[in-house]
Design a protein around this ligand. Structure first.
Ligand code: NAD
Length: 481
């Protein structure tokens, strides 16, 4: 693997400022080719315990630093990421598969959380509260919660880490992260740069391990951990929430989605198609806010489908590092087989296959961009999170009916509305039971705004001022005078 800065390729866990071996080895492979990229130290529950201990010991010193002192270290980290962005993006593409331009976008997006929270921690204001009793003075102060443990997924191996670690560290917390074992290289490269930036030993720790369940138990049950934050699937999130109950941890959960994408008859169809492509085909459909169900008004259905199909046909599958590639592999074969199973089942139940529907010759993890129409709400493809490059189109006639269908899911992460009518857009945006709604846009996530879901899509928010609040305790201080 060729990197300009060879210091970024780390193959050991990072605990208490030291690079440590694990109990065995874990293979990291390129999902585009199956080629072995690196063998990483396979961490254990005991390593996770040591990491929690290190974070616990580092907390008093780090949390007592002034916000400006913490900000200075975080800004150095941000600058080092910016200086190494090409290498970080290359590493990300190699282990995750997304096209290099998307990986560059993720590195910039991920780094923006570090820069923004380095600024935001200077504004951790408390309140002076008008008193109920002349003999008392009432104030609140905000203090870091303590040790924060994080488990992150493989689909955004860089940004899902910085979105948690940056506000936690900025608030004065110390952090232990278990990244997905498919994509640990991005996490370890971030640690190498954090170390270079001067983050003290024990402040940020990464334990990679194939035994997620054992490591997860430590991160959710160790009493020294004050807060647990997870990004991943809803079933695993439910399990981890239950584990957190024994010590009443604070929790944030960024879980799965089943995003509706509603195209009204008054939409700008070209804009709607571009937005749909961005939300549906980015990262080969493996994003939590990816469009799952496309509802198109019956009067514009055919024109929308024709234009979407034309755009999908232009996608260029290939290795993410090759020039011209706009469409990469899925993360592993299991995901490809699952997606193919959903397509076969939908077609057997009456869906119409307009494009794709099969494996691609590029490699065993590639699945063709696939377009299905005449899908029904009862089909599994419309009820489950797809997490693959399947565009699934249904017709609708009536505004109230489509709102009801869009809300008829246990998920509530992201939704999309395409309409040029501001009155309708307002009505529908407000009626959708989702944590985030994008109107006439396909890509909306930004550092400065709260990201997160309701219902079974999660608890809490990441990004913006809400994302910072997750890592503070508000302490009420009452003084007799
Ligand atoms: P996953 O739940 O299988 O894995 C996520 C992480 O949890 C990985 O690090 C994995 O190793 C770990 N894990 C799995 N089982 C565990 C256990 N028993 N104990 C402890 N840790 C365990 O999810 P995934 O397949 O890696 O990621 C895809 C999912 O993540 C999708 O559902 C997607 O929607 C969701 N996601 C949500 C957001 C969001 O912000 N809401 C963002 C990205 C991804």
């Amino acid at each position: 693997m060729k990197l300009n800065n060879s210091q970024l390729l780390k193959t050991q866990n990072y605990i208490n400022g030291l690079w440590c071996e694990g109990t065995g080895k874990l293979a990291v492979t390129d999902p585009a080719t199956g080629e072995l990229l690196a063998e990483i130290a396979d961490g254990s529950a005991a390593d996770a315990e040591r990491a929690v201990g290190a974070a616990h010991d580092a907390f008093p010193e780090w949390s007592r630093r002034t916000a400006a002192e913490r900000a200075a270290v975080l800004k150095r980290w941000y600058q080092l990421i910016a200086e190494n962005r090409e290498d970080l993006a290359r590493l990300l593409t190699l282990e995750q598969g997304k096209p290099l331009a998307e990986a560059m976008g993720e590195i910039d997006y991920g780094a923006s959380y570090i820069e923004w929270y380095a600024e935001e921690c200077r504004r951790a204001y408390g309140q002076t509260i008008p008193t109920h009793n002349p003999a008392m003075r009432l104030h609140t102060i905000r203090q870091p919660v303590g040790v924060v443990s994080c488990i992150t997924p493989w689909n955004f191996p860089n940004a899902m880490i910085t979105r948690k670690a940056a506000p936690a560290l900025a608030a004065g917390c110390t952090v232990v992260i278990k990244p997905a074992s498919e994509t640990p290289l991005s996490a370890l490269a971030l640690c190498a740069l954090a170390e270079q930036a001067g983050l003290p030993a024990g402040t940020l720790n990464v334990v990679v391990g194939t035994d997620s369940a054992a490591i997860g138990k430590v991160l959710t049950q160790d009493p020294r951990v004050a807060k647990f934050t997870f990004t991943g699937s809803t079933p695993v999130g439910k399990l981890l929430m239950a584990q957190c109950a024994s010590t009443i941890k604070k929790m944030s959960m960024e879980l799965g989605g089943n995003a509706p994408f509603i195209v009204f008859d008054d939409a700008d169809i070209d804009m709607a198609v571009s937005a749909c492509m961005a939300t549906k085909m980015r990262n080969a459909g493996q994003t939590c806010v990816s469009t799952n169900r496309i509802y198109v008004h019956e009067s514009v259905h055919d024109v929308f489908v024709d234009k979407l199909r034309a755009q999908m046909e232009r996608l260029q599958p290939g290795h993410g590092l090759d020039a011209g590639t706009t469409f990469g592999p899925l993360i592993f074969r299991r995901a490809v087989d699952r997606v193919h199973g959903l397509v076969e089942e939908a077609v057997a139940n009456g869906a119409r296959l307009l494009l794709g529907g099969d494996f691609l010759p590029n490699g065993e993890n590639y699945y063709a961009p696939t377009l299905l129409t005449e899908v029904h709400d009862e089909m599994r493809i419309a009820r489950e999170e797809i997490f693959g490059p399947l565009a699934v189109v249904q017709k609708f006639r009536d505004e109230d009916d489509v709102i009801q269908r869009a809300n008829d899911t246990p998920f509530g992460l992201a939704a999309y509305v395409m309409s040029e009518n501001i009155h309708r857009a307002n009505r529908v945006v407000e009626a959708l039971e989702y944590g985030m709604v994008a109107c006439n846009a396909g890509v909306f996530s930004t550092t400065v705004a709260p990201f997160g879901g309701c219902k079974e899509s999660g608890i809490g928010r990441e990004g913006g001022v809400e994302g910072m609040a997750e890592f503070y305790e508000t302490k009420y201080c009452c003084y007799g005078v």
